[in-house]
Design a binder for this molecule. Structure first.
Ligand code: ADP
Ligand code: MG
Length: 467
């Protein structure tokens, strides 16, 4: 299951062991009221959705004993202090959630308690961050033999996880560090960066009055400052703040009527998909933009082409800024891991490679890396056509490819997002055009669900001595 921020998905995944999978899933929007409630309300809602799904897809499991429970990977995409594969304590809420009594609690235990109350044949086997799930999913599905370095999310929020050398993680070896149990045999670990909260001190991030208004009205002022300039939950609100200023100070929409219940007057009510519609508008006189303003901003009557153009300019600036900022942590991680060196073996880490689960020996060695983080030389298998987002054709040799898995509605649907990321990468001196070409970005479609399944599989095998 996948609690991302906007939607809640329950899915079951069949991994075919050859980079492909099938998936059955259900999706519901998380009711706003539950985002600011108590943990019991939220987790009992989640358990009920699991019950509905299990009844529909796995009713045969109801008769089974504990040993045959369904093993659940729980993708929970908020900052947690993870102590074991199925144990993690919530550090803070982000993305508009505010449920104070859950902070400091083990979110797997909260979920398991509600699952047990419903008598479901489900065991929470693994706690997964969506970035790690995306990294896993991409390292299973990506074409060719290259391992995947980074999994990144641009959805409701933004964050990334990458493969790092253990000896560089000073946090793990600090005297007195309380980091729980972990395997050191591979010398590597997957790091969840929580980059959404980079530069909370605002030393380098761009800042506007519209960003500041958003932050003040958020449930978590002063934190997640990078995320608040990049991800889906926030871009509509930045636009709303800017349009309101134009209305008040520059007579925007003065010949039109703004309805009293217009979304312009309600915080957080403009979805980022609105920006996508407007960004994609190439009609004469901004017809689509005008229609979108009427429909989504509750503005009726005469909207001039000039006003529509002004809104479109704002949208473009907000979207382009988001995408160019998104390139920053991607570039930083690629540089820091030595990936831009001349040969792939000059890099500090190779990346994760989970392509073939069917050959038991290598498959298990490979999935073990899902938790431990050691690259393996998995055999090359026939892969489906490259799942790239298609912005840039590449003649880069397989060995020079730097593979990045991405997921989230903003990177998937915002027009031109990847091309803006790529343009910003080219502007980073260490990259230039040659370095940018080496980056292969692929949408890890359903990455959170597939990654959770991969990790639940590993956790199950480890718990049962099969690895
Ligand atoms: P989650 O973060 O819950 O996993 P998504 O990846 O679907 O879910 O991201 C949801 C976010 O994406 C929301 O903030 C929403 O505003 C935004 N979004 C949805 N559709 C689009 C679109 N067509 N273009 C840009 N952003 C979108
Ligand atoms: Mg998601």
């Amino acid at each position: 299951m996948d609690l991302g921020g906007t939607n809640f998905r329950v899915c079951s995944v069949t991994l075919k062991g050859d980079t492909t999978f099938t998936i059955a899933q259900s999706k519901v929007a998380i009711p706003r009221s539950l985002m600011v409630s108590d943990s019991k309300s939220l987790f009992s809602f989640l358990a009920k959705q699991i019950a509905i799904f299990v009844e529909e897809h796995h009713s045969d499991h109801f008769a089974e004993d504990l040993g045959h429970h369904l093993h659940l990977g729980f993708t929970f995409s908020f900052p947690v202090d993870q102590k074991a594969v199925n144990k993690g304590f919530l550090i803070r809420w982000t993305k508009g959630f505010d449920i104070p009594d859950a902070i400091g609690k083990d979110v797997c235990a909260l979920l398991q308690a509600e699952i047990d109350l419903l008598g479901l044949p489900v065991t929470v086997a693994a706690l997964v961050n969506d970035t790690v799930g995306t990294l896993m999913a991409r390292s299973y599905t990506s074409p060719g033999k290259t391992g995947t370095l980074l999994g990144a999310i641009f959805g409701t929020g933004t964050n990334g996880a990458y493969v790092e050398r253990l000896d560089r993680l000073t946090k793990m070896t600090k005297p007195g560090a309380d980091v729980g149990e972990y395997d050191k045999s591979t010398g590597e670990m997957v790091v969840n960066t929580e980059w959404g909260s980079f530069d909370n001190a605002m030393k380098v991030l761009p800042d506007t009055p519209y960003d500041r208004a958003l932050d003040v009205n958020s449930v978590n002022p002063g934190v997640q400052m990078f995320e608040k300039r990049v991800s889906g939950m926030f871009l509509g609100e930045i636009l709303r703040n800017a349009v309101l200023v134009l209305k008040d100070n520059a007579n925007m929409f003065s010949t039109a009527t703004i309805k009293a219940d217009s979304p312009l007057y309600t915080a957080w009510s403009l979805d980022t998909s609105v920006l996508s519609y407007i960004e994609s508008d190439d009609t004469p006189n901004y017809l689509v933009t005008r229609e979108t303003i009427q429909r989504e901003m509750g503005v009726s009557g005469r909207i001039s082409a000039e006003e529509a153009e002004a809104v479109k300019i704002l949208v473009h600036a907000i979207g382009k800024r988001s995408a160019r900022l998104s390139a920053v942590p991607i570039a930083a991680i690629i540089i820091a891991t030595g990936k831009l060196g001349p040969k792939p073996d000059s890099a500090d880490v190779e990346g994760l490679n989970l392509k073939d689960l069917s050959l038991i020996e290598q498959g298990i060695a490979a999935i073990k890396t899902a938790v431990m983080g050691q690259p393996t030389a998995a055999p090359i298998v026939d892969a489906p056509p490259p799942a790239t987002t298609g912005a840039s054709s590449t003649t880069v040799e397989e060995g020079d490819t730097i593979d990045v898995g991405v997921d989230g509605s903003v990177v998937e649907f915002y027009p031109g997002f990847e091309e803006h990321v790529r343009s910003a990468l080219r502007d980073v001196p260490e990259f230039g055009a040659a370095g940018e070409k080496r980056v292969r970005m692929g949408i890890a479609k359903d990455g959170s669900g597939v990654g959770a399944a991969l990790i639940a599989l590993v956790a199950y095998k480890m718990a049962n001595g099969l690895v």
